[in-house]
Design a protein around this ligand. Structure first.
Ligand SMILES: [Zn+2]
Length: 322
């Protein structure tokens, strides 16, 4: 994964209309993370009022300036109306992590993700993961103390760089055709990961998890998956676990082994947990077949536990213990 590729894709995704300090700081953040072996890319920066309207219209009936922006089939992704997002003023960015080969967007809120947020904060950003209440993990903003109402009224923050820029300037390189792959496009249009959204939807409908369907793997999604596991262990195996979404000794003791040939909700939970850890197994079909076995085996090797291709206490502990 080359640094320049991350920079090029990010420049493209930030769009024109970015505040120059915010843009330069975003690129500096990518460089600093890269030096630590963390590959990060910006998925969105400046968003026009119309683009904001289209985002707001997901999951709602909504029209803006006489034009309909409703797309009811999609889940709600924002509470911000046009003008109510700092993206509309080019002072906010969203980021995500990229796999070592540059081909996969990673949405797990892990140590690396938080390290990027910390680098961003060193550079003067405020992080959406620090918000109380609704957390926006990919989001970083630099508002100079202004509210969006003030910006809507035409005020702009006066920002200054918190680092010494290199003399070399970054030239916008037109992306090669193979670079314009899904990864450059998908996240900017469509927040989060499609499979994670489907996991969140299933957790909501099957287990009443009450998750925001945002496509990000945060602590709430993980807790909901543990709740699902506890529910299934109680229902199917007569265990008497407290369904609290916390991984503890009692839950661990109640674990039954899931192996090839297994079908059903427990297998689905295993598949979802593996996916959230970054192990892609094609589809989450609730059927423990070849793909699940191979993803499980890779996970066990990565975690240095016995790679017996069966998910027992050790595997579930690695998947769910904080
Ligand atoms: Zn954002």
């Amino acid at each position: 994964m080359e640094l320049q590729t991350l920079l090029d894709r990010s420049i493209k995704n930030m769009g024109s209309g970015m505040n120059s300090v915010v843009k330069a700081s975003a690129l500096e953040m990518i460089k600093r993370a890269y030096k630590e072996g963390i590959y990060v890319q910006i998925s969105a920066g400046y968003r026009s009022m119309e683009e904001q309207a289209a985002l707001y219209g997901q999951g709602r009936f909504y029209s803006y300036k006489g034009k309909s922006y409703s797309s009811m089939s999609k889940p709600k992704v924002t509470k911000a109306l046009p003008g109510q997002s700092f993206h509309n003023y080019g002072v906010a960015i969203d980021y995500f992590l990229v796999s070592d080969d540059g081909k996969t967007a990673l949405w797990t809120i892990n140590t690396k993700w938080k390290r990027v947020a910390a680098i961003g904060k060193e550079l003067g950003f405020k992080w959406g993961g620090d918000w109380t209440g609704f957390k926006d993990y990919p989001h970083l903003e630099m508002t100079g103390g202004l509210t969006y109402s003030q910006m809507m009224a035409g005020k702009r923050p006066s920002l200054s760089l918190k680092f010494k820029p290199e003399t070399e300037t970054i030239v916008m390189v037109p992306p090669k055709t193979e670079v314009a792959s899904e990864i450059t496009k998908e996240p900017s249009k469509n927040k989060g990961d499609e499979t994670i959204r489907s996991i969140q939807k299933t957790l909501n409908s099957r287990y009443d998890a009450g998750l925001i369907v945002d496509g990000y793997n945060g602590p709430k999604t993980k807790a909901a998956l543990i709740q699902a596991l506890q529910t299934e262990l109680n229902k199917q195996f007569g265990k008497k676990l407290v369904v609290d979404g916390k991984w503890g000794a009692k839950t661990k003791a109640a674990i039954v082994t899931v192996k090839k040939g297994a079908k059903g909700n427990l297998t689905w939970i295993l598949q979802a947990a593996l996916f959230l850890e970054g192990f892609n197994l094609g589809s989450l079909d609730s059927d423990f077949g070849k793909n699940t076995e191979s993803a499980l085996s890779k996970f066990q090797k990565a975690k240095k536990i016995t790679a017996d291709k069966k998910a027992g206490k050790a595997t579930f502990t690695e998947l769910f213990a904080a």
